[in-house]
Design a protein around this ligand. Structure first.
Ligand SMILES: [Zn+2]
Length: 616
């Protein structure tokens, strides 16, 4: 690691307080010595993610992740170690050392792609605001009420109506065609060797990551050509499934208010901001993904879906709803006037009117019921029956009985039938479902018992013993000292555990925070943070755990001896074949010793025999 030396890395770590860094991603609340929060790495409703300011470590007691400030950045932003150090250095205004070698590693690729995007933003913005070519696009935006300063703030731009405007510009800045293609900005020609610009004659919306860096673009046509919208493709820095447009700008307000408004379009977000609605983001394309939902869960408790008031918007709403709900968010649907999008509503009626719509937003159940009823002619008997059938899954999904009864009354009223009719249909529906469930379970159980594996492979069990022993070593110094006296680190058969044992054997004064910096294995790191941040007390190490540790030590020694016996058997066979009986006798004596040890497992403790690993 010549580029970033240890001294630099230490400086970056010491000056980035883990509480500050993690606060950008989730709401930390003080809880005794620690801070706690909803885990940004898994879905949960009660906080099990703990951060300790003194030790500068975090650990989630729900999903097990843990580590220091670098590990956090690597996991949450999907970075390698160098990138995490670079970003945290920039965060505290520390300038990065000069790169001596022109390495072509992955992080160089990424940082060049970021640079390319920065240049492209400047290029597009210049064309929009300073040239005749961009005047039509500029007029379009101004007519939609977008102010000059908003154009700059949101880094809006114009891609010229030419085949290689951006390409030539970036080539002149010194970037290779390969790299520009990796950035997703040019497309190779089908015939011939050239390239052409991906975005042509389009209004450009810059898409940023959570840190506000430009990572991709969305382009909207100025005329009637197709497709109306075009996004950057997936690149090493851009995956539209993990990105929400406007989130970098909105996250502070989302966190403060605990709520977020999801819209469909770029201009919905921009207009919202211009009118002071700052907790607003857009999904790129209409179908919301699970990772986008999780991203929102980090900052918000409540989500308002404000998709366009048309059929497509309605379908997208229903899909998005379940995904959001499943991450533990409270979800509401905003009823926009038919055929209007949030942009139009906000511009024509202002912030107050839009906020009124938010306050009148309905729950999923009401929204679903409403949309199931409105599309039908309920004076026709067949349509009525159909509506009732469609409503059943929604009704059955209401867990609260009082609420359910309330809705039954409402629906009966709308359909003009007795509540008893709805109730009996619901009962029938629930019986059918549990019948199906039972059949499914029976089939599954049968399958499981057919393919049941009787015993785990021996080496698998061995990994478990080693893992448990490492856990105990981390928990207690008495056990650690015992293991040090009984085992060499190379008696652990798993490579990962072997190098962990080596590091743990060398630890000074239980300085686990220091050890975290050296451990490469995420599993070991998590064991350390778990013990380090757990409520566990030293007294909890009791006789039982000491005995447990002794048991694992015996198992590890036993395994090594069995391996030795196998090796000896092979040797003996070889020397018998070559009729070297002196050697055979010597090996047989060794084998006898091993067999005796194996017959009396208690003799294994305190007996540092030579396991002769590969020593023949
Ligand atoms: Zn977690």
């Amino acid at each position: 690691m010549a580029y970033l030396n240890d001294e630099f890395i230490d400086k970056v770590r010491d000056n980035n307080d883990i509480i500050d860094v993690i606060s950008d991603y989730t709401n930390l609340e003080k809880a005794g010595k620690n801070y706690k929060a909803l885990c940004p790495f898994h879905d949960e409703r009660t906080p099990s993610f703990m951060v300790n300011p003194e030790k500068q470590l975090y650990h989630c007691f729900g999903c097990g992740v843990g580590g220091n400030v670098f590990n956090f950045m690597m996991d949450i932003e999907n970075l390698d170690f160098i990138e995490a150090v670079e970003i945290l250095a920039q965060r505290i205004g520390l300038s990065l050392p000069e790169r001596k070698d022109s390495s072509t590693g992955e992080s160089t690729t990424k940082s060049e792609i970021y640079e390319i995007h920065n240049w492209a933003v400047k290029f597009f913005n210049y064309l929009l605001t300073e040239t005749n070519q961009g005047s039509e696009a500029y007029e379009y935006l101004r007519q939609r009420g977008i102010k000059e300063e908003t154009i700059d703030q949101f880094e809006l731009g114009y891609a010229p109506d030419s085949w290689r405007g951006l390409f030539d510009f970036l080539r002149k800045k010194g970037y290779s065609a390969d790299r520009i293609q990796q950035a997703g900005l040019i497309i190779p020609q089908k015939k011939g060797k050239g390239y052409y610009d991906r975005f042509r004659n389009r209004i450009i919306f810059t898409i940023n990551n959570l840190r506000g860096q430009a990572i991709g673009f969305g382009g909207r046509v100025v005329d009637d050509s197709h497709p109306k919208y075009l996004n950057s493709p997936q690149t090493p820095v851009f995956n539209k499934k993990n990105i929400l447009y406007g989130l970098a700008r909105a996250k502070r307000e989302i966190k403060r208010s605990g709520s977020v408004v999801i819209v469909e379009g770029y201009t919905d977000v921009i207009t919202g901001h211009q009118f002071g609605i700052e907790n607003i983001v857009a999904s790129l394309g209409t179908s919301l993904t699970k990772s986008q939902a999780r991203l929102l869960r980090r900052y918000a408790d409540r989500v308002y879906i404000a998709y366009d008031g048309d059929v497509a918007g309605e379908n997208a709403t229903l899909r998005g709803f379940n995904i959001l709900k499943n991450t533990g968010l409270e979800v509401y649907v905003v009823n926009l006037p038919v055929d209007q999008d949030p942009d139009e509503v906000i511009r024509s009626q202002g912030k107050e009117e839009f906020e009124l719509l938010l306050s009148e937003a309905v729950s999923l159940i009401e929204f679903k019921l409403e949309s199931l009823l409105t599309d039908r002619d309920l004076t026709k008997i067949e349509q009525k029956v159909e509506a009732v059938d469609d409503i059943m899954p929604v009704l059955a999904g209401i867990e609260n009985e009082i609420k359910q009864a309330e809705y039954i009354k409402k629906i009966a009223g709308r359909l003009d039938v007795e509540t008893g009719v709805i109730k009996s249909r619901l009962k029938k529906f629930q019986q059918d479902v549990s019948e199906q469930d039972r059949n499914y379970r029976d089939r599954n159980n049968k399958f499981k018992s057919d393919s049941k594996v009787d015993s785990e492979a021996e080496s698998d069990t061995q990994f478990q013993f080693e893992k448990k022993l490492l856990e105990l070593m981390i928990k207690d110094t008495q056990i650690l000292n015992l293991v040090k006296a009984e085992l060499d680190s190379d008696e652990f058969i798993t490579d990962e555990y072997q190098s962990a044992a080596e590091l743990i054997f060398d630890i000074d004064n239980s300085d686990w925070e220091e050890l975290i910096n050296k451990v490469n294995s995420a599993e070991i790191r998590q064991m350390i943070t778990e013990v380090s941040l757990g409520n566990y007390q030293k007294e909890e190490i009791n006789e039982y755990q000491l005995e447990e540790a002794k048991g694992y030590i015996k198992k590890i020694k036993e395994y090594q001896l069995k391996m030795k016996k196998e090796r000896l058997d092979a040797e003996i066979e070889q020397h018998e074949a070559s009729r070297d009986f002196a050697k055979v006798n010597q090996l047989l004596r060794e084998r006898q010793e091993v067999v005796q040890l194996l017959q009396d497992p208690d003799s294994l403790l305190g007996n540092n025999f030579d396991v002769g690993k590969g020593g023949y």
